[in-house]
Design a protein around this ligand. Structure first.
Ligand SMILES: Nc1ncnc2c1ncn2[C@@H]1O[C@H](COP(=O)(O)OP(=O)(O)OP(=O)(O)O)[C@@H](O)[C@H]1O
Length: 605
């Protein structure tokens, strides 16, 4: 994987500045003021100290007291300002991170397809983007620190120049290579972070696997703890090795640069002492000279480090900007068509599909009609492409070739959200949200979130109401043992069985029962025989007169579909009614008889 070219860094810097300003304008202004004060304080203290020393040498005790008081006031004010600055900086960070996260996840939610979430490079970038949420605030902080360092450095350079111009030039020039070297190392660090991204994500994957309840059973029974831990450590070692190499290089460079600074400062001190010996400089001048050399070096070093830090934050924030400004993942129709309620049907015309150019073809020219008001059952072997076809109907991907028409309208010409508003679905891999029971149903249609009657109605239809009602807090019960309930009065959350979760997923579909197209991908997997019979009866009632697609390996539950379609080798291999396909004695008949035979054998024993 190559380092992303940092094109458009300027654009990212402007975006970061705007983000910070919009998030916390008052705090930024306050921090700016404090930074200005902090930048001139060291110079003021150096001049006041010189005055004190000159006063002592000249025995001007009158002004000495005033100067001492001034030093005390300035240093006290500087200390107070530093604490206020810390508070303001933290608040800017918090507010900016909030806005950045909002911006990032709003952008992620706008991706209508699934392909980006299956791209390792995109996931690496997304992880870095998430990590950089606080970076705009830190970027401003580092930029201000650099500016503060620059102002302080300028003040000391001016003071030093009054004493020795040649030496001033030497001190300034000695800081320049440091700037260039640090910038180069900063780019190297960013490239290294990008390179170790996959290893860090894998490390997180192993760590999460070992710490979640879902995998706990298998990990313990199969004794996978050491295996996963060693894999996690191997990934961590890979990432550490890359970090260590760079840290070592930085250590050597920094040590060399410090050596150069020490030599320059030492030479300055020797010159100052010799000049004082010859009467060219007074005691105050020597003190000022020493303070100015140290001040210029410290301020220039600080400026360089802060500038480099700002650059690093910018490079990482660039991932955020790349994600939030990414174009749509699925082509947006130039002239979007509206999608009227379905009246004739959905037609797949010569649909070919593969997940990417590097993947095999899954569908190889599917022609299929899903007529309005009918139930079409999709069956076929594992991996035949049934769920893939369902995903194409929802436009999570576009067909690689061919078209899908909704009453003659190409799905590519319709905004994805318009299409999805017309679809209800239970997916094979439905999500078990660690939310309350009510929320778990309401996610099917958020307009029902505050409508207890609708939620209960859907739960009753799905045959899960009695289970939920018996929980200690009914529909408010948290369906998770990983989180504590929000209210301390509530007891711990509960866990559902696989079949109970399946029923909750069905309840989501019942909330959307009025949609034009209903999709059920293995809707009764995990249900006990009675629940399956019940669910089947209710779904048949829900489907009656509606357009629906049912995917199931339980052929008994799809025998009354208006059409049964057998997918095989990427095409529609058989199509017809249950009776017709049995009479044809093809794949469907073979699969059905084999499944039915299993039951008959048991009965006849
Ligand atoms: N996101 C994906 N990226 C790459 N390949 C995928 C992806 N999803 C599925 N596949 C592949 O596509 C093929 C069809 O998978 P699909 O889930 O559509 O089959 P299915 O007929 O629903 O199978 P099952 O009966 O086992 O549920 C499989 O070979 C699978 O490996």
């Amino acid at each position: 994987m190559t380092e992303p070219a940092p094109d458009g860094l300027g654009r990212s810097a402007v975006r970061a500045a705007v983000l910070v300003w919009r998030s916390a304008p008052v705090h930024v202004l306050g921090y700016l003021g404090i930074t200005l004060v902090a930048s001139v304080t060291p110079i003021a203290v150096a001049w006041l100290t010189k005055g004190v020393l000159d006063g002592i040498a000249g025995r001007r005790t009158g002004t000495l007291l005033a100067l001492a008081v001034a030093i005390a006031v300035v240093t006290t004010a500087a200390a107070a300002a530093a604490h206020a600055g810390d508070y303001l900086r933290a608040e800017v960070d918090r507010r900016t991170a909030l806005r950045a996260k909002d911006e990032l996840f709003a952008a992620v939610s706008r991706f209508t397809g699934l392909a980006r979430f299956e791209s390792p490079a995109f996931l690496d970038r997304l992880r870095l983007a998430q990590q950089s949420a606080s970076n705009p605030g830190r970027l401003v902080d580092a930029t201000l620190s650099a500016a503060r360092g620059a102002v302080t450095a300028a003040g000391f350079v001016g003071s030093l120049a009054l004493i020795n111009l040649t030496f001033t030039v030497l001190v300034v020039l000695s800081a320049l290579p440091a700037l260039l070297i640090e910038l180069r190392m900063s780019r190297q660090r960013n490239a290294m972070l990008w390179r170790i991204g996959p290893a860090e994500r894998r490390e997180m994957f192993y760590a999460e696997l070992m710490a979640t309840a879902n995998a706990a059973k298998e990990i313990r029974l199969f004794d996978l703890g050491a295996f996963l831990r060693l894999r996690m450590l191997a990934e961590l070692r890979t990432a550490n090795a890359a970090r260590r190499r760079l840290d070592g290089r930085e250590f050597r460079v920094h040590a060399s640069l410090s050596g150069v600074s020490a030599v320059v400062a030492g030479a300055g001190l020797i010159w100052g002492i010799l000049a004082a010996g010859q009467g060219l400089l007074g005691v105050g001048d020597v003190a000022m000279f020493v303070a100015a050399v140290a001040g210029v070096q410290a301020a220039l070093n600080g400026t360089v480090s802060a500038g480099v830090m700002a650059y690093e934050h910018l490079l990482t924030f660039h991932h955020h900007v790349t994600v939030v400004t990414a174009g749509p993942d699925l082509p947006v129709p130039a002239r979007p068509r509206s999608l009227p309620p379905l009246r004739r049907g959905i037609e797949l015309r010569d649909v070919w599909f593969r997940y990417s150019a590097g993947h095999p073809w899954i569908l190889r020219g599917v022609d299929l009609l899903i007529p309005y008001g009918e139930t079409v059952a999709l069956i076929g072997h594992n991996g035949a492409g049934k769920s893939t076809l369902v995903k194409l109907l929802c436009r999570f991907y576009d067909p690689t070739r061919g078209t899908i028409l909704w009453d003659g309208v190409d799905l590519r010409d319709v905004p994805a959200e318009t299409l999805r508003a017309r679809i209800g679905a239970v997916f094979q891999d439905f999500v078990s949200y660690e939310l309350t029971a009510a929320d778990n149903i309401a996610v099917g249609d958020l307009s029902a979130a505050d409508d207890q009657a609708r939620i209960e109605g859907a739960a009753r239809e799905a045959g899960v109401h009695d289970v939920v009602a018996a929980f200690p807090h009914g529909y408010r019960t948290l369906l998770s043992r990983s989180f504590s309930p929000d209210s301390s009065e509530e007891e711990d959350g509960v866990l559902l069985s696989g079949g109970q979760w399946q029923r909750l997923a069905l309840a989501r579909a019942f909330l959307r029962h009025d949609r034009d197209l209903m999709i059920f991908d293995e809707p009764s997997a995990g249900l006990d025989p009675e629940a399956e019979y019940e669910a089947h009866r209710r779904l048949a009632r829900l489907r009656s007169g509606r357009t629906s697609v049912v995917v199931s390996h339980r052929l008994g539950t799809v025998r009354d579909a208006d059409r049964i379609v057998v997918l095989s080798d990427g095409v529609v291999a058989e199509e017809g009614t249950h009776a017709g396909l049995l009479a044809d004695d093809g794949t469907y008949a073979r699969l059905f008889n084999r499944q039915a035979g299993g039951y008959r054998d048991e009965v006849s024993r």
